[in-house]
Write a protein of this length. Structure first.
Length: 430
């Protein structure tokens, strides 16, 4: 009696089978123009499914393995690149990655390297020649740090307080007198110089901001202080955003009590600072993170295509794909490329595709005609819809067009060019 194969042996057998199959690409020679035309039609249909808007990210998946999703993802990326788009192809199948083999890349250089390499960075101290202000804010936000970031540059001393990764207060220690909030209030006639002096004297022993002291002294209303306070905070941030040199130090520590006057519209200084960060284009300068990401992107077979392979297979793929770090990384990549194409594991095998779908504008679902059954496809579709994924199209792979008059009429099929006297054989995809 034969001993049944172990589960691990079966997985290795499937992995070996998938890895040895040759992928047929739209850039291969000797293929019929119908092959490329099918993918061009797919790109057109995707374009119109988004009401002619640009889809920044697309997820390609299937209900089970060996249905053609990887080949579809690769050819979709190549076709979009040939149309002039700047495309990133991401192998997000962290179970059995295969894209690196298609292009002869190094598997151990990719997605799972970037996340710890970028976001585990120790920012205890450094210089602004290596890290941009945007790098510091983004990494501290991802790490959820609470403490003081101190920046020293040309005699200026800036103190930035973070709580759980969010900037909540800014102090420009040696701010010029004409940019201080007390000076602005006197110049605008809201308070007198004598009132300013009394408030500053009280501030020497009271842990409060000058605006709060003036409100508590009944010299101003919260509405009076709101505009000058916003100018005060935004002015400090604009100076900080412009810094290109100098040193920084970060210290994990308990935040001091910060007292600001209540805003009339309910917006706290912390919320205001976060909004300024989002609206200010300078904050998007992230030279350190850009350099790290670029070091892991590999060239595709044609111009306009970059490939981010899986990297070493992690022990916790689902947790990694659903992490806050992954979310932030995808946000950065979307700004660098016209379109990102994700190749993911099958929906019915793992929850990875459903998690990734939250990062994608749309999902391309690949169905192998003759292999997939209706129940498995319906189950996969239901899982994607449950998490709010937008399925923008279904690809019927390996359909026999000889049995379908509609498809035969339009002559869409994946066939190599036919030589004289040679019969036509289907191209095996994935």
């Amino acid at each position: 009696m034969k001993e049944p194969k172990k589960k691990d042996d079966h997985k290795r057998h499937i992995k070996s089978k998938r890895s040895n199959e040759k992928k047929v690409l739209v850039i291969d020679k000797g293929l019929s123009s119908c092959f490329s035309e099918s993918y061009r039609s797919l790109c057109t249909n995707i374009h119109y499914s988004f009401h002619e808007k640009q889809a920044k990210s697309l997820l390609v998946t299937s209900s089970m393995s060996n249905e053609g999703k990887t080949t579809t993802a690769i050819n979709l990326a190549l076709t979009m690149a040939e149309a002039g788009q700047k495309v990133l192809l991401v192998d997000a199948d962290l179970r059995i990655p295969t894209i690196y083999k298609v292009f002869g890349h190094n598997q151990n250089q990719g997605l799972t390297n970037i996340l710890p390499d970028v976001y585990n960075t120790n920012l205890a101290e450094g210089n602004l020649a290596q890290y941009g202000i945007g790098d510091l804010f983004l990494v501290l936000n991802i790490q959820g740090k609470s403490g003081l970031l101190r920046i020293l540059e040309n005699g200026d001393d800036y103190h930035l307080w973070f709580r759980n990764g969010h900037l909540v207060d800014v102090l420009w220690k040696n701010r010029p007198e004409e940019e201080r909030i007390g000076y602005m209030l006197v110049e605008s006639g809201k308070i007198s110089a004598d009132q300013k002096g009394r408030a500053l004297k009280r501030q020497t022993y009271a842990p409060e901001r000058l605006g709060s002291i003036l409100v508590n002294m009944n010299l101003l209303s919260p509405q009076d202080i709101e505009g000058p306070l916003n100018l005060h905070l935004s002015g400090a941030l604009h100076h900080i955003y412009s810094l290109k040199k100098g040193k920084f130090y970060f210290q994990d520590q308990r935040l001091p009590e910060i007292h600001y006057p209540s805003s009339s519209n309910g917006t706290s200084p912390a919320t205001f600072l976060q909004n300024v960060q989002k609206q200010n284009p300078h904050i998007e300068s992230i030279p350190f993170i850009d350099q790290k990401i670029s070091s892991y992107l590999q060239d595709g077979p044609i111009d306009n295509v970059k490939v981010l392979n899986s990297g070493p297979i992690p022990s916790n793929p689902t947790e990694l794909l659903g992490s806050r770090r992954m979310h932030e990384l995808i946000g950065i990549l979307k700004k660098k490329f016209d379109t990102i194409i994700f190749d993911s594991p099958p929906v019915n095998s793992f929850s990875d595709a459903c998690i990734l779908s939250s990062h994608a504008d749309g999902v391309i679902f690949v169905v192998h005609v003759g292999r997939s059954n209706r129940k498995m496809v319906q189950r996969a579709k239901q899982q994607l819809e449950t998490v709010g994924a937008k399925i923008c199209g279904v690809i019927l792979n390996r359909r026999d067009i000889k049995k379908d008059a509609y498809y035969r009429y339009y002559h869409y099929g994946y066939y190599p060019q036919q030589k004289p006297g040679q019969s036509i054989d289907k191209v095996k995809i994935d």
